[in-house]
Ligand binder design. Structure first.
Ligand code: ADP
Length: 430
């Protein structure tokens, strides 16, 4: 095991895992910090936390627990590099949690220096002269400035991170990165002499991430978005290969659960319905009235699955419909109620023999994975950027295996709900 990742949210964990698999590493992702220390057969292990917006002291505690567990997996003297993964838009506030977690990990690993770069050029996130760009605009002019929990109003990452850190924050500029790994290492040494503990590093393309990978592969700790995961594996001799993404053979019935109301998911639901495939819409108001929507959906699904499936059960609705439901039930109450309903349906579908499952929506995915009693997942081939197929054992079906993909709301092409099953089938045939 070369690498242990600590990701500050669920779909972000899958995103970094996906990049590592594509670069040739075998990756296992855990949901939270597992209680057991069963050996993990993988080149990299990613722990998915929910620490992006929790209070800083809680995020620090969870991250340290993840770090200790990851290090306990490796034989003595072969400590993995630790990779603290956050969002490529550097989602945080002056209270944290990127700075406090990075510094706590530095203390834990007894290392005086690390880097910070959220750059992920393939997804339009680049860092130049310490400033983060989202596509063609500065972070502070992107929609992130209005984020409800972590509004990003300053694109200067040195300033943003300094506000969260006790240690001094410095910068490794593009011209240094461009000059190669030796130049970057010299700059690291210079910054350390100047008393800098954490360096923001410019990266405007994948070449920069590969160069940076060369310069950082031997640091005990790196902190980054998922982009650096492109640059590190080649330094340890990994190259893209089929074996890294191989999953057990898929079988069983196919189903899709959609609880996301994001634009991409709305189009995906529409596309599935237009293809003439069986789809059932859930009405949150009927759930609120106490109707047994779960039993109704499962009875419907059982009949449809007997015809061959795949089936889709969705609460996905347009903004107007969602607002109307929220006005009547309350935003949080409506959200949790729908999540619980979809999670119970996920559990029921697994009992009906569904072994290939797509879940759309970050929060929805979290609820479904919990209901299925899944603690770890093997990461497989990519379906669309940031969304791989995974394989997991579910306690809800006595530890049997199932294939699942957890799609963040706005990810994936319009035909994702059909294409994903085709990709899994093609992978088996290959
Ligand atoms: P995304 O990844 O698109 O943000 P999430 O699953 O994270 O998707 O969040 C969607 C939220 O909206 C969930 O809490 C879900 O339960 C809730 N929700 C889904 N459908 C409806 C609906 N029809 N009305 C109100 N809330 C809904």
């Amino acid at each position: 095991m070369k690498l242990g990742c600590i990701a500050d949210d669920f779909t972000g964990a899958t995103d970094v895992a996906n990049n590592l698999v594509r670069a040739g590493m075998r990756v296992v992702q855990t949901i939270g910090v597992p209680a057991d220390r069963t050996p993990v057969q993988a080149d990299a292990v990613v722990v998915a936390l929910k620490s992006r917006t929790t209070p800083a002291d809680q995020a620090v505690r969870d991250s340290l627990a993840a770090c200790q567990w990851l290090r306990s997996l490796a034989p003595a003297g072969q400590a993995p590099q630790i990779y603290f993964k956050y969002c490529s838009t550097f989602d945080s506030t002056p209270q944290g949690n990127i700075g406090p977690v990075a510094e706590a990990l530095m203390d834990e690993l007894d290392t005086p220096f690390t880097i910070a770069t959220p750059a992920f050029p393939d997804n339009g996130r680049s860092v130049f002269k310490g400033h983060l760009f989202v596509g063609d605009t500065l972070l502070s002019e992107s929609s992130m400035r209005h984020h409800p929990l972590t509004p990003m109003t300053d694109a200067n990452l040195v300033r943003v991170l300094q506000a969260q850190c006790k240690r001094r924050v410095g910068l490794v500029e593009h011209r240094v990165v461009d000059a190669g790994p030796e130049a970057i290492r010299r700059r690291f040494a210079q910054l350390r002499q100047e008393g800098v503990g954490i360096a923001i590093v410019d990266a405007i393309d994948n070449r920069a991430l590969l160069t940076l990978g060369q310069a950082t592969a031997d640091l005990p700790l790196v902190t980054a978005g998922s982009g650096l995961a492109i640059g590190l594996p080649p330094q340890w001799g990994f190259a893209p290969n089929e074996t890294a993404q191989r999953l057990p053979k898929a079988s069983g019935a196919k189903a899709v659960l959609a609880g996301s109301c994001s634009a991409a998911t709305q189009r995906q639901v529409q596309s599935f319905v237009q293809a003439g495939l069986p789809a059932l819409a859930l009405d949150p108001l009927r759930i609120a009235q106490g109707e047994d929507v779960v039993a109704q959906a499962l009875a419907w699904a059982q009949a449809q699955l007997a015809q061959g499936g795949p089936v889709l059960v969705y609460s996905t609705a347009d903004a107007q419909a969602v607002q109307s439901v929220q006005a009547q039930l309350g935003t949080q109450q409506a959200g949790e109620m729908v999540e619980h309903t979809l999670a119970a349906i996920a559990n029921g579908l697994a009992s009906l023999g569904v072994r290939q499952l797509i879940v759309a929506g970050g929060e929805t995915s979290g609820a479904c994975v919990q209901a299925l009693g899944i603690e770890r997942m093997q990461i497989g081939p990519q379906i669309d950027p940031g969304v791989p197929w995974c394989h997991a054992r579910s306690a809800a079906i006595g530890g049997q295996g199932l294939h699942l993909t957890l799609k963040s709301g706005n990810f994936g092409s319009d035909d994702f709900f059909v294409k994903a099953f085709d990709i899994l089938a093609a992978m088996q045939a290959a």
